[in-house]
Design a protein around this ligand. Sequence first.
Ligand SMILES: NC(=O)c1ccc[n+]([C@@H]2O[C@H](COP(=O)([O-])OP(=O)(O)OC[C@H]3O[C@@H](n4cnc5c(N)ncnc54)[C@H](O)[C@@H]3O)[C@@H](O)[C@H]2O)c1
Length: 274
Amino acid sequence: MAAKLVKRYLCVEDKVFLVTGGAAGVGAGIVRALLAENARHVAFLDVADREGSALELEMLNKFGALRAKFIKCDIADDAQLAAAYKQVVDKYRRLDGVINNAAVLTVDEKTYKRMVDINFSATVSSTMKALDIMDANKGGNGGTIINISSLLALNLGSHLPVYAATKTAVLQFSIAMGTESKVSGNKVRVITVCLGPTDTAILNRNNLENFDKDSSGTVASRVPVRQKVESAVSGILEAISEGKSGSTWIVKNDKPAYDYTEKLLEAFEILSES
Ligand SMILES: NC(=O)c1ccc[n+]([C@@H]2O[C@H](COP(=O)([O-])OP(=O)(O)OC[C@H]3O[C@@H](n4cnc5c(N)ncnc54)[C@H](O)[C@@H]3O)[C@@H](O)[C@H]2O)c1
């Protein structure tokens, strides 16, 4: 019988990663998958204390001591984020990959600034901090930064205007940083992954129904089909493995990840003709 081909992710093996929003949902899936793929260490940042500690214990039991480290951190607080980065670099003496995954989908219009701070500003801040450490022009070892966006960044007229705008901002920022990385020769790849609807708490039915109270049909009913967390995670690993700096990947409908860069560049070319 032919042996089953198992794809190994060489740019994960023996590397040190930092994952934001790693205590639950897609982030927790990424933490588990990186360690299963033999990452040397994975530090994960989150505000969710109980879930973070539980995942750290789960990883300790499965992979042994010191492989996973939960750091309680509100990524929108720059001092906390800087302290978390320092803790990781002091402890592991290197950093090879950062997955900027944490985000919120708030339904309360009074808290939209907080959503912008977490989803966009903290992604910018974390990307800059990661670049500072990894930049080969500044003595770093190079590395990979994955910024998680959404299919909503590619759709006009989203029913979630602020959330969609933060994810569009993440996309534009990451493409620009990734393209600049190639030019500067800093050996850091910056890659965007746009996820389709995925079965996590962010799509909490009650939140979405509240948000949509003024329009016909609930938001929840607009996203009846959600891919499994495992599908989102294996697509993200594929992008880590195969993505060029500045590229954009789509992971939706439980299908393999695909590189959407060419299509997106065509679209941007049309837009810049105006
Ligand atoms: N689930 C989907 O349908 C979907 C679709 C497209 C894109 N995404 C994106 O995928 C990523 C992961 O989302 P998810 O679906 O796993 O959501 P989730 O709510 O399950 O997980 C998000 C995690 O981020 C953490 N977090 C929130 N605010 C934080 C802060 N200030 N500091 C640190 N951690 C914080 C949360 O505690 C949580 O553990 C997000 O960027 C989201 O925008 C999700």
